[in-house]
Design a binder for this molecule. Structure first.
Ligand code: TXA
Ligand code: MG
Length: 343
């Protein structure tokens, strides 16, 4: 299969939208831009199209997909919001949609079981990318879209990165520019507590815990076991992984280089005082946000840098920790899951 890339002109993306809709209507897959990362889109209400997503990504069937709407108005086609959480769900939607935010809610019968891996719930998001919104509107159906990478690999934040991941496997990539958030959406589940709504962060992302606290109590998801289990979808410990082994050392002194091996450093700010720069004769030093360190810049560059460091052909990538506030939480989550784990 030849993979074509169609650039969505930032002043008039109508042609690109039409092309994408044509493929989706015929049950095909299209890689689409969103503000977080590129998604591998299928008509969410067409089970055969959705099945192709799992095939192309080599994704296990127990890992459910996110369903994208063009507007919160369509929420009732895919989700049934229980009465007791209606108010908080509406408030959250108003605050964070369109945006990098996903809610897990009870699903309607319209959503094929394949999308949710048989779960009674569906993950829903309204993306802020106008091209994505228009494709959904024109298609007249929600779009199921996981990140457009092969399973377990680095999420793509540009059309070129999608090409690297899925060339020859899909007919069309819509190039809508670099993803401006750079990290996947925050995923939460919501229920009513004794007094206030309770939210559990299933995956940290651009919408921080602090931003959610205004709406109720916020919990961090703790998997019952580190092993892959159906009740912990999306929480697979090994994920976002470069081919080059990546090690995250919380303290510089934990790094013990092996003689003759070539190491690259993934640094947050590239500052000597962080203690990693002078630790070794690094093959390369890549900075997420050089200088004072800006979390938003680091997030935008995060997957791009991982991909770049992975292309160097070094023996290992050594990652410096990032302080865990705001977007730092999401980046550390990705680094931990990208790193080599002893288990
Ligand atoms: O920003 C994003 O969320 C991007 C863009 C493309 O929208 N999408 C994305 O999808 O990151 P994906 O498939 O790479 O990750 C979605 C995660 C999955 O790991 C899945 O396990 C979790 O969402 N998920 C989906 N449905 C769920 C459900 N019903 N309950 C719990 N988790 C769910
Ligand atoms: Mg993914």
């Amino acid at each position: 299969m030849i993979t074509e890339t169609e650039v969505a002109d930032f002043e008039d993306w109508g042609d690109a939208v039409q092309k994408a809709v044509g493929v989706l209507q015929a049950g095909g897959l299209v890689a689409l831009p969103t503000e977080t990362v590129y998604g591998l889109g299928a008509d969410a209400l067409n089970p055969e199209a959705v099945a192709k997503v799992f095939e192309v990504k080599e994704r296990p069937h127990f890992d459910p997909l996110i369903v994208h709407l063009s507007s919160v108005k369509d929420l009732s086609t895919v989700a049934v919001v229980p009465e007791e959480i209606k108010e908080v769900v509406e408030a959250l939607a108003k605050e964070f949609w369109p945006g990098p935010f996903t809610m897990v809610l009870p699903k309607t019968d319209a959503v094929p079981d394949l999308v949710t891996s048989g779960l009674p719930t569906v993950a829903v998001r309204v993306s802020a990318h106008e091209v994505m919104q228009d494709v959904i509107k024109e298609l007249g159906s929600p779009i199921a879209a996981p990140s457009a990478n092969r399973f377990g690999r680095i999420s793509p934040t540009s059309a070129a990165a999608v090409q690297e991941e899925l060339d020859g496997r899909i007919p069309l990539i819509i190039d809508g520019g670099a993803s401006r958030e750079g990290l996947e959406s925050t995923i939460i589940s919501v229920k009513m507590g004794e007094k206030r709504p309770e939210m559990t962060i299933l995956r940290p992302g651009p919408v921080s815990k602090e931003a959610l606290q205004k709406f109720g109590k916020v919990f961090k998801y703790k998997p019952a076991s580190a092993k892959n289990s159906p009740e912990a979808p999306g929480q697979l410990p090994s994920h976002y992984a470069p081919r080059t082994p990546l090690y995250l050392f919380e303290r510089p002194e934990d790094f013990k280089p092996e003689p003759g091996k070539r190491y690259a450093l993934l640094s947050y700010r590239g500052m000597e005082k962080d203690g990693y720069l002078d630790l070794h004769e690094w093959e390369t030093i890549g900075c997420l946000s050089s200088g004072t360190g800006k979390l938003a810049e680091g997030a935008v560059r995060f997957f791009y840098m991982l991909r770049y460091m992975d292309s160097l052909g070094v023996d290992a990538i050594i990652a410096e920790p990032i302080s865990e506030t705001g977007l730092g939480v999401a980046m550390m989550d990705r680094l931990r899951r990208a790193s080599v784990q002893d288990s």
